[in-house]
Write a protein that binds this ligand. Sequence first.
Ligand SMILES: [Zn+2]
Ligand SMILES: [Zn+2]
Length: 405
Amino acid sequence: MSLPSSGSPSLKSGPSLSEQLITDMTTWRRHLHQFPECGFEVNLTADFIAEKLESFGIQVERNVGKSGLVGILRSGDSDASIGLRADMDALHIHEQNTFAHCSKHDGKMHACGHDGHSAMLLGAACYLAQCPSFNGTVYFIFQPDEEHGCGAQAMIDDGLFERFSIDEVYGIHNFPGLAEGELMVRPGSLMASESGFEISIKGVGGHAALPHQGIDPMVVGAQVILALQTVVSRNLSAISETAVVSATEFITDGTVNVIPTQVTIKGDCRCFTEATLARIEESMARIVAGICQAAGASHTFTFTNTFYPTVNAKQQTVYAVEAARKVLGTDNVNAECEPLTISEDFSSMLRVKPGCYVLLGNGTESIGGCALHNPKYDFNDRILPLGARYWIQLVNDRLGDAMVN
Ligand SMILES: [Zn+2]
Ligand SMILES: [Zn+2]
């Protein structure tokens, strides 16, 4: 993966935030960092966020998708709307940092910066509530359980896009390794899907010395694993369908002198479009069924999609790039970055509504440059105002009086 080089700051404009708001965002972020919660169990976090939104005069709907919440801020008489999304959940990691705001919940840690995403969206909400120079409705979406890939879908299943009239959705993730003050994005597929598979092959076990009396599922499984290598190399376009299919576990009930009765093969797939995803599943099912049938073995095959590919809409990516360039400077926004093989459950929202997901540099040095999900990671507080200003600019651009849909 190549990252854009540090561009010299160019013409910047966009909203400016008060010193008080910048200090508040840092305080909120460090508070959230100290009390991380995981999965759907983010009730203290949701309480904290709801209380802040209400203190800004923003209407709050709780328990959307279990512990998710939506803040609603209207201004003017336009029906136009925008959804801005942050994630709230942390990870089951023992934090190894020693600073004052490190985790006080043993074994849990904000190691992906969702504390920062929530704080920067709260900052934008506070600013927009005080200076509502837009015409329409802003929906502030705070979702649980991003890390397991279920929170966005839970909110959608609970009527996120029916109960709230949201035209388009946007998200931000911080990105260690990309310089502070820079942002990268691309139209189309930005991040990969993540899917797991499990193949169980049942043969007829028996004595290792008498294989002709049984059906050896080890040999069948080995053929399946080799044939799975042709899913990518012989079923997908070498130009347009980048994908990975990896068998990662081979479990048997055999022992040194016993041919097993059953083997289980597990693994992981990544790709960048739903069409490719469907082709991978289809090819795997066909290959497994054919090999097992030829050997006289029975089988089951399950393919579980955890994260869809994150696919940015073309037009909304243009809007995101324009807003980011106003705030960060033209040279600091890479609008055509390479796709990434990590995954993100904001993808579920992008399947329903047009929108754009961007990656905001968390820094390259010290803590800001530490990898996501690392026990020494920390969100870089200096990028809080950059994220909040990007949100505000995007709202003002999309819900300005002169907005053309
Ligand atoms: Zn993460
Ligand atoms: Zn994350």
